[in-house]
Design a binder for this molecule. Sequence first.
Ligand code: GUN
Length: 291
Amino acid sequence: MTAAMIDGKQIAADIRAQVADRVAERKRLGKTVPGLATVLVGEDPASQVYVRSKHKACEQLGIASFSHVLPASTPQKELVELVDLLNHDDKVHGILVQLPLPSGFDEEEVLLKVSVNKDVDGFHPINIGKLAQKGRTPSFVPCTPAGVIELLKTTGISLEGKHAVVLGRSNIVGMPVALLLVKENATLTICHSRSHNLPEITRQADVLVACVGKAEMVRGDWVKPGAVVIDVGINHVDDPASEKGYRLVGDVAFDEVSEVASAITPVPGGVGPMTIAMLMKNTLRAAELAD
Ligand code: GUN
């Protein structure tokens, strides 16, 4: 079997176009321009790239964006005070504190401080708590997990009653995507680096979501023939033949797995573009909630 490619770039572009239209419509009606504030602490190069892409997307879609860059030596209290200032700024509808924070910061205190109604990352414990409860709806859902579900739905892949296996249990992706899969009525298994017999577990998946952060860990024989494979990993591997000296690969050995799966996301161009598209959607929603 040669898997169908799930084109995250195209699906994300469609979502971004819809958001841009709705932002333009708000402006025509004299409503507030949606605004996103980002907070970047320290100088992690990957985080700098991600935050830059978020501002670029805002600019392209007509969303206002406000950048706050703080040194890693910033006291915790100052960071918390900045978040509170943004909570009270009417031009700011969404607040995004880029994670991970440098070591020494109390991430939990910072995320708790973000107003639930401006929590476009969906990381506030109240929003995560509601995600984990039956019959409750969080104000916002984390962007990468929401992007995974959107990719599946747009591609016409039903989750109802299917066995979904999530490989990884991070706060940012693994755990929230697992909770969303359950909300979609999938039967769920979460496994991770400490699980025994991983290939035996992943082979049971109708839908496999790999978000473990290990380059090409999922091999062809880890996947059931016909399964749908969503690769959230973005890993740099040395490649002297490439111009940059490295290339990006996912958590899935793409060539092998695409011989077995029925559908698969590429890296890059799969889940990655969806994260920013969902952030833009959440920021628009935050502005609509504030109307
Ligand atoms: N770090 C990696 N992914 C994310 C994300 O979606 N939001 C934030 N704030 N930090 C991240």
